[in-house]
Design a protein around this ligand. Structure first.
Ligand code: FES
Length: 111
């Protein structure tokens, strides 16, 4: 098929799926990180990054249709960032990882 418009839209649909994949549980405990004031971070939303709790581009390469959460640290301090991806206060851990729902889930699978 040499129709360029069709090729572009199938490329877009392949790499940016309209229906996003579900986040998967990366780990079941938060990771403590020292954030530096003024610095911007990209927290992994899809759970597929190998550089938890931050993004390594896996959301794109695994064609999840998800995007990382970009945030800027207001002050320099150590925080616990969520890795189970079930927190209600992303990117911060809110203790949800202790719930039975997360503890019974399989690492690498959605809740
Ligand atoms: S690691 Fe997700 S809520 Fe604690």
């Amino acid at each position: 098929d040499l129709n360029p418009r069709r090729n572009i839209s199938s490329w877009l649909a392949r790499w940016f799926p309209r229906t996003p994949a579900r986040s998967v549980v990366a780990l079941k405990t938060p990771i403590k990180v020292e954030l530096v004031a003024g610095k911007t971070y990209r927290w992994c939303v899809c759970g597929r990054s190998k550089k938890q709790p931050f993004c390594d581009g896996s959301h794109f390469f695994q064609r999840t249709g998800l995007s990382p959460l970009k945030f800027k640290a207001q002050e320099t301090r150590t925080v616990a960032l969520c890795t189970c991806k079930a927190t209600q206060r992303p990117p911060y851990c809110d203790g949800t990882h202790r719930s039975e729902r997360v503890q019974k889930a399989e690492v690498g699978s959605p809740l």
